[in-house]
Design a binder for this molecule. Structure first.
Ligand SMILES: [Zn+2]
Length: 178
């Protein structure tokens, strides 16, 4: 991971606790107002490495390769989609308006590399969504019946909306024609 841009915010109300979170491309570190420069430096480094460790742990093994992505599809499909498998599934360069797409006619699924670093449960939702299009084109009730079998669907949709807003992107999962 590249060295992120860091914004340090000091708060008078904050007495002891230090926290950090990612906001789009940058990391915001919240520190108590009374803290020396040396302490600040140590804490920022510490919080960055903690954040990175927890993000790495949460990422999907499917990020590794197209093969790993296909393997994850098999697992999810066995669990949520009656074993429906795509003819092909692969990582593709970031698309302008979409996180992923599916062409039911030839059974192919493409996943944007923008999703490589999202938590595994978010990528799982995207895969379940695209796999469900192999069974049901479009986004009608039949479609959502399959997808919502994956219990983190709603949370994942919220996560992707937030990610899109933070990155100033207008991305949606796929076009309405499915
Ligand atoms: Zn869709």
């Amino acid at each position: 991971m590249a060295e992120p841009q860091v914004e340090v915010r000091r708060s008078k109300r904050r007495k002891q606790t230090v926290s950090a979170y990612r906001d789009g491309e940058k990391v915001v570190v919240l520190l108590p107002a009374r803290m020396s420069r040396a302490e600040e430096k140590r804490w920022v480094a510490d919080m960055l490495s903690r954040l990175q460790r927890s993000e790495t742990k949460r990422r999907s093994p499917a990020r590794a390769s197209d093969q790993a992505l296909a393997e994850r599809c098999r697992e999810l499909s066995a669990r949520y989609l009656d074993g429906t498998e795509p003819e092909s599934v692969r990582w593709v360069p970031p698309m302008r308006t979409r996180w992923a797409s599916c062409t039911p006619a030839d059974g192919s699924i493409r996943i944007s590399r923008r999703l490589r670093d999202v938590p595994g449960w978010v990528l799982d939702y995207v895969l379940v969504h695209e796999l469900a299009h192999l069974l049901v084109p479009g986004h009608g009730p039949d479609f959502w019946e399959w997808v919502t079998a994956y219990s983190k669907t709603e949370r994942a949709i919220g996560y992707l909306e937030g990610l899109s807003a933070a990155a100033h992107l207008e991305l949606s999962l796929d076009d309405d024609e499915g």
